[in-house]
Design a protein around this ligand. Structure first.
Ligand code: SF4
Length: 335
């Protein structure tokens, strides 16, 4: 009660009358005070930052003392804390949840993924900042932000609410978006130590991949680091990396694919190849024969095309989940 009286003194004054106290303030200030003192966040999280957010809500930091109680329904929530990476798939759902929240409502973008997409901002499946789709009131930097940073962001939001701000705005301008798209960071070439050249130019014939993988396994290369592909203008090259942890040697194996894009699966030799081949299939359309379950793994089942092929059209309107920039823009106007 003492704290309540103390914070009420910020928005008005108490007058002593015989037999009672009288509190005088403006209704607008009183409503803002009530809003800022009873923020009800929507209960959801997107990635690692959400773990830090959960810690902030738990007993050590205890956001209940700030009047914050998470709600499982957007209809009872007036604060959305976007904690984690916003994927395109989740983007639409976040927008829907935001629309379903009661107003006035506020948004905190917590962590560099929610703020800008962070390490993933140039990836086809990640929204480069949640303010592309919903307005943000407070940005809390960090990867992830600490609970103290979360609390700082919440207190900053309380300040904003006290000043009577009820109409959040988008914080990203078209100029900023354009500048960003022109400033793509260059990719860093990975450096491999102790690489052993087992084949000339590291290339083998396509029909030899199964036997070569078997041979490498028996020679102690018991770890398959990755399988990936490169599209040299529809001339696809598949790259395998194997490691022998006893000798600390890695070996790269490349294969040029034929136009039918078929190659034998090695998933019965290296169990980890199972999902890596699925990923390569999903991104490049390469078909691994004898694979136990060659289905899409990252994209939805009904996705059209293979996103890492050079002729893949980024802005196809028929794609089920990949919105164009114009669509992102139109989501904003749906507010
Ligand atoms: S900002 Fe860092 S901690 Fe937060 S979701 Fe992104 S990668 Fe995870």
């Amino acid at each position: 009660m003492g704290n309540v009286i103390k914070s009420l003194k910020d928005i008005g004054s108490f007058m002593k009358l015989p037999g009672a106290n009288l509190f005088v303030t403006k209704t607008e200030d009183l409503f803002n005070w009530a809003s800022k003192s009873s923020l009800w966040p929507l209960s959801f999280g997107l990635a690692c930052c959400a773990i830090e957010m959960m810690a902030t809500f738990s007993s050590r930091f205890d956001l209940d003392r700030m009047g914050m109680i998470t709600r499982a329904s957007p209809r009872q929530a007036d604060l959305m804390i976007v904690a984690g990476t916003v994927t395109v798939k989740m983007g639409e759902r976040i927008k829907t949840l935001y629309d379903q929240m009661t107003g006035p409502k506020w948004v905190i973008a917590a962590g560099s993924c929610a703020i800008s997409g962070d390490h993933y901002r140039h990836i086809y499946s990640v929204v480069p900042g949640v303010d592309w789709i919903i307005p943000v009131d407070v940005y809390v930097p960090g990867c992830p932000p600490t609970p103290e940073a979360f609390i700082d962001g919440i207190m900053e939001l309380q300040n904003i609410i006290s000043k009577g701000k009820t109409n959040p705005t988008f914080n990203v301008s078209q100029e900023a978006l354009h500048k960003e798209s022109c400033n793509s960071a260059p990719l860093v070439e990975p450096k491999v130590k102790k690489q052993k050249i087992l084949f000339q130019d590291n290339f083998i014939n396509i029909e030899d991949i199964y036997e070569v993988s078997k041979k490498l396994k028996t020679e102690g290369y018991d770890f398959l680091n990755f399988i990936t592909a490169t599209d040299f203008d529809n001339n696809l090259v598949l790259t395998y990396m194997f490691t022998n942890y006893n000798t600390n040697h890695t070996s790269e194996v490349n294969v040029r694919l034929n136009p039918d894009k078929k190659i034998s699966s090695i998933s019965d030799i290296y169990i980890g190849a199972e999902w890596q081949e699925r990923e390569v299939f999903d991104m490049f359309g390469i078909k691994f024969t004898n694979h136990p379950r060659l289905e899409r793994i990252l994209m939805p089942e009904d996705w059209v095309g293979y996103p890492l092929l050079k002729d893949y059209k980024m802005e196809q309107p028929s794609l089920p989940y990949r919105p164009s920039r114009e669509e992102y823009e139109s989501w904003k106007t749906k507010l």
